[in-house]
Design a protein around this ligand. Structure first.
Ligand SMILES: [Zn+2]
Length: 678
């Protein structure tokens, strides 16, 4: 997805994983009652009712792994961004520094002919550096260099808030180093996992053959990569366990971290990275880092070089010549089922947004985002915050003591709308016309240095983790803020032409979703400042856990694809946020209707009451089609439920829904054991 590195503290609204791609559509993106299949009963399957005609009229474009409003909007944004970038790349001498950077970056990327002529040559100096390492100590310098240019063999090194002192940024060492989407792909023996391992071996073999090894050598290299990654996977913590911040809370002295992996000269590595001096860091998964040590011990220097070289090739393949691009796409295809590679211009727009998001974003915001949009959004956020407060204060199971604390946290949430107050300064990044791979590496290096420079500094709460054109939103538990990039503030999420009921069901519910993240099973463990601190009474904590268990059980029964069921614990935070968001967004709408003296807000439109339009607006956002391959990866890796369950899973818990549509006990959209947390 378009975004910079997302740390465990960020909770998104939507994700298709790192394999998400974005195809032009002539169809209307906004809300329309034409999407409804009126032959169906909304009380039997509301998603099917609200999205039935949309599902009939939409196919997944060949260059996509899924089709959903987020991707539809992304496609539109790509056209807008391409226009900006085309002009900037051909603008000549009168360009501003920002235009020069984004224009030359994009122009170099679009120069496919030069990339094809150069072949592997632009990567050769980096490959040579790895090959020249005469022992495992020198290899650490090579690994540090590969990390610096944005690729991550063995583990990840980044900066983030101290879990117990959110205002302070500290260094983190975390698990990583895998080529497949999850540890299960290396460990599990079901047919799908075995098949993906086979695809990985083919991909590595093909890439090393292209890079000059004999097919036999390349085949051996692939086995080496698989063996090392399997060892790393075995020590990786699974995603569900990682959701609990306590499992990642391992702050220790630098000396203790060094002692965990004596074969990996951590001090040498930090010096290579030019990290500021620090005495403590968080090793998120100490067992994993011990495994890194074991791998360094048991594998030969040559095998380690092969593994590190693979990550360099893999991370660069998309920006080398055509055979490398094709090999890389074949792997993506196996994982996602995507039929065709995206047009080059789309890939280049996305790369520019990933690399220079707050430079490109300035131009995007100038073109698309007006002050009126921001004002109306702030008004809605205010209404949602009031409703959530009212909802919390009215909870029958929570003590006054915890309610008081919850209110303090809610009031402390910062609202970030549209784009950052202070734009990132890219002046130290050199963009060279005609040097695609070099620009890619320098942009990654710029980002690595920016991340590392934050260590031991106060947290910058103005910073954004997404670029302005991004069609998404997030809550950050360490910053205790909600973030809505300009990219999402358009139909079907936010439509100036639509009635409030539809907007409250769409962007209103999204706002409620992000706010609720501050109080889901992860968010509730952080205090108003973003510190991992328990502010709940023991009894209220128990009551909360009982209620989220209901949600976990409910979603664990939903079938995503074939016989694969959702993981109710992996998706718990998102499902809790969807349920809470729906309730408070509807409350906010009801207040608006009650306060409206004109009576317009309460009127039916197109034969639907405001409450019905609220639920229809909600469902429209989540009408989606996914390729089965993508759906399978999502069940393993995505903390979000598929669209159908984001809708049906919520409405069946809501008496307000049953009232709005006249559903009766016993019908599928009336849960016998309705769950309610918030
Ligand atoms: Zn979310």
């Amino acid at each position: 997805m378009r975004s910079c590195r997302l740390l465990p503290a960020f909770f998104l609204l939507f994700a298709l994983g790192s394999f998400a791609q974005s195809a032009p559509s002539e169809k209307a993106v906004g809300f329309s009652i034409d999407n409804i299949d009126k032959t169906l009963d909304p009380c039997v399957d509301f998603y099917q009712y609200a999205c039935g005609n949309w599902l009939k009229n939409n196919e997944i474009p060949a260059d996509q792994s899924a089709w959903v409003s987020f991707v539809e909007l992304d496609e539109r944004n790509l056209v807008t961004l391409e226009d900006i970038l085309e002009k900037a790349s051909t603008g000549g001498a009168n360009r501003s520094p920002v235009e020069q950077k984004i224009g030359d970056f994009y122009g170099s990327c679009m120069d496919e002919k030069t990339a094809n002529e150069k072949g592997l040559a632009p990567l050769q100096p980096e490959l040579d550096r790895i090959a020249a390492a005469k022992d495992k100590a020198v290899l650490i310098d090579a690994i540090a260099r590969v990390h610096m240019i944005g690729l991550n063999p063995l583990f990840n090194f980044y900066s983030g808030s101290d879990l117990h002192n959110a205002n302070q940024v500290i260094a983190y060492i975390d698990q990583g180093g895998l080529s497949l989407p999850d540890r299960d792909y290396y460990i599990k023996d079901d047919a799908r996992m075995v098949e993906m391992r086979k695809h990985l071996v083919e991909y590595v073999t093909e890439t090393f053959t292209l890079a000059g090894r004999t097919p036999r050598q390349a085949g051996d290299s692939a086995q080496t990569v698989l063996r090392i990654e399997t060892a790393l996977a075995k020590a990786s913590m699974d995603r569900t366990l990682r959701r609990d911040p306590k499992n990642r809370d391992h702050k220790m002295t630098r000396d203790a971290a060094v002692a965990l992996a004596p074969n990996f000269y951590l001090n040498r590595y930090f010096a290579d990275e030019a990290a500021p001096s620090f005495s403590e860091l968080n090793v998120s998964n100490p067992d994993f880092f011990k495994q890194v040590n074991a791998v360094l011990d048991s594998e030969s220097l040559d095998s380690l070089k092969t593994y590190v070289g693979w990550h360099l090739l893999r991370g660069s393949a998309a920006w080398l010549s055509q055979p490398y691009v094709d090999a890389s796409f074949k792997m993506r295809q196996a994982l996602t089922g995507q039929k065709e590679i995206q047009a080059r211009w789309k890939r280049c727009v996305e790369l520019t947004d990933n690399s220079l998001g707050e430079a490109l974003g300035q131009k995007y915001v100038d073109l698309t985002f007006g002050a009126d949009g921001k004002q109306r959004m702030l008004k809605m956020v205010d209404a949602l915050e009031k409703s959530l407060d009212e909802d919390i204060q009215g909870l029958p199971w929570m003590s006054d003591e915890t309610k008081k604390q919850a209110k303090v946290k809610l009031q402390a949430i910062r609202n970030k709308i549209g784009y950052p107050d202070v734009w990132r300064d890219y002046s130290s990044l050199t963009v060279v016309s005609g040097d695609l791979l070099g620009n890619f590496q320098r942009a990654n290096e710029f980002e690595s240095k920016r991340e590392i420079a934050k260590i031991e500094k106060p947290l910058d709460r103005k910073e954004w983790a997404m670029s302005p054109p991004t069609v998404n939103a997030y809550y950050s538990s360490s910053m205790n803020d909600i973030n809505f990039p300009a990219g999402i503030l358009q139909p079907p999420f936010f439509d100036k032409k639509m009635d409030d009921a539809v907007n409250f069901g769409a962007i209103g519910l999204v706002i409620g979703h992000e706010l609720t993240h501050g109080f889901d099973d992860q968010g509730r463990k952080f205090d108003p400042e973003g510190n991992l601190r328990d502010w709940w009474t023991a009894d209220d904590g128990k009551e909360f856990e009982k209620r989220v268990s209901c949600v976990a059980d409910e979603y664990s029964n939903f079938v995503a694809v074939d016989d694969l069921k959702l993981n109710g614990r992996l998706t718990l935070g998102e499902n809790t946020a969807d349920n809470g968001g729906a309730r408070v967004a509807l409350m906010a709408l009801e207040h608006m209707i009650a306060d409206d003296k004109t009576g317009n807000e309460g009127k039916s439109i197109d034969g639907y009451t405001p409450e019905q339009r609220f639920f229809l607006g909600f469902a429209r956002v989540w009408c989606e089609k996914r390729r089965p391959e993508t759906a399978r990866v999502q069940v393993k890796t995505n903390p979000h439920s598929p669209g159908k369950y984001r809708v049906d899973g919520v409405v069946q818990n809501m008496p307000e829904f049953q009232k709005a549509w006249g559903c009766k006990a016993g019908q599928p959209m009336v849960a016998q054991n309705a769950c309610r947390v918030w």
